[in-house]
Design a binder for this molecule. Structure first.
Ligand code: PLP
Length: 357
């Protein structure tokens, strides 16, 4: 069979833990667009370059696919017949898809009623076994760690080091495209795997002199789920941004190291601010990300306004997931913009258009 370009493992093979004989499980993930914002910088009247890394365009609609291609490739290489994860939604969708691709089984633990509709639909379609728990992500995570000691399943949460290996390639792509690392890199932080992975990627490229600089890492959380801002874990995290509704981040030490080594910071933003940023991106740039993803832009805009991120800066915000995953929030966001219904005739359509101009 002819061999085709597959995805990020092929592209960055020499920087990832695979060998010539490894069977790569890929859905052509990665290589996502880095889009420069045009209208929002003008609207805020600041001289800044803001780029968004739109990870919502990965095969299952989130950055989790970067880690999952590596984690499932390595699980299959080790002979696993089944994988398991706890998830706020996107990890389960991604694990289910890559398990389907590999021909193995996926078990996912999700918090009942707290995952976005699109993520649930995906996970069902990819035919994973879904176990809903009366509890939150953090409780699911503890259960998964426990059960993996008693059952023949590989954990594919970001405590699996291969996940971070795959995810670090997003930093490579940014440097390869810009020719340098940005001055600031802004991310939503939940379990903190992604901020840790980006920092690892930037450090590797800087060490190998692919680029000469490293960004300041800015980790932004939802106000009701902000353990890094509090400095300790949180018992009952709450936020509309369900992907970051996490109180006990598993990559705590890595994320603190990323913040300290880069001279960065953590901050938190209200659900209202997060949703406003999500709407703003859709309305003024044509980029529809999910609520959690917009936390990166909410934070960047706040820190640009205060001058903490100075004018002249080049900033990358990761948009972690696709807005289509969470149709219920999108409909709530647009409750005032009800579509008009009219008769199916030319005059009525003309009137409807002229009324709006
Ligand atoms: C998983 C996820 C996050 C959080 O990433 P961590 O690595 O857990 O910090 C943020 N946004 C979306 C859309 C996610 O799926």
């Amino acid at each position: 069979m002819q061999k085709h370009y597959t995805g990020l493992i092929e592209r960055y093979r020499d920087r990832l833990p695979v060998s010539k004989s490894t069977r790569i499980i890929s859905l052509c993930e990665g290589n996502t667009p880095l889009i420069q914002l045009q209208n929002i910088p003008r609207m805020i009247g600041k001289d800044v370059d803001i780029y968004v890394k739109f990870e919502g365009l990965n095969p299952t609609g989130s950055f989790k696919d970067r880690g999952m291609t590596m984690a499932v490739t390595k699980a299959v290489e080790a002979g696993s017949q089944a994988i398991i994860c706890a998830s706020t939604g996107n990890t389960s969708a991604s694990a289910a898809a890559y398990a389907a691709r590999a021909g193995i089984k996926a078990f996912v633990l999700i918090p009942e009623g707290k995952i976005a509709l699109g993520k649930l639909a995906q996970t069902l379609m990819y035919n994973a076994t879904i176990i809903q728990i009366n509890g939150n992500f953090d409780q699911g995570m503890e259960l998964v760690k426990e059960v993996a000691n008693h059952a023949p399943v590989s954990i594919v949460n970001s405590i699996n080091p291969f996940r971070l290996e795959g995810q670090k390639t997003a930093a490579f792509e940014i440097v390869d495209e810009l020719g340098f690392a940005p001055d600031y890199h802004c991310l939503p932080v939940g379990n903190a795997g992604n901020i840790s992975a980006y920092w690892k990627g930037y450090k590797e490229y800087a060490t190998e002199r692919v680029c000469s600089n490293r960004p300041v890492m800015c980790g932004y959380q939802a106000a009701g789920a902000a353990p890094f801002v509090a400095g300790h874990k949180i018992d009952n995290p709450e936020t509309v941004a369900t992907a970051i509704r996490i109180g006990n981040p598993q990559s705590w030490d890595f994320a603190i190291a990323a913040q300290q080594e880069s001279g960065g910071w953590f901050d938190k933003f209200s659900d209202e601010k997060i949703l406003a940023a999500q709407k703003m991106l859709s309305q003024f740039e044509g980029i529809f990300c999910e609520p959690a993803s917009a936390t990166s832009l909410a934070g960047a805009l706040h820190d640009i306004a205060s001058g903490k991120i100075p004018e002249g800066s080049k900033i990358v915000c990761t948009l972690t997931g696709n807005g289509i995953k969470d149709p219920e929030i999108a409909m709530q966001q647009c409750a005032d913009a009800k579509p008009v219904t009219i008769e199916a005739d030319l005059d009525a359509v003309k009137r409807a258009i002229l009324d709006c101009l």
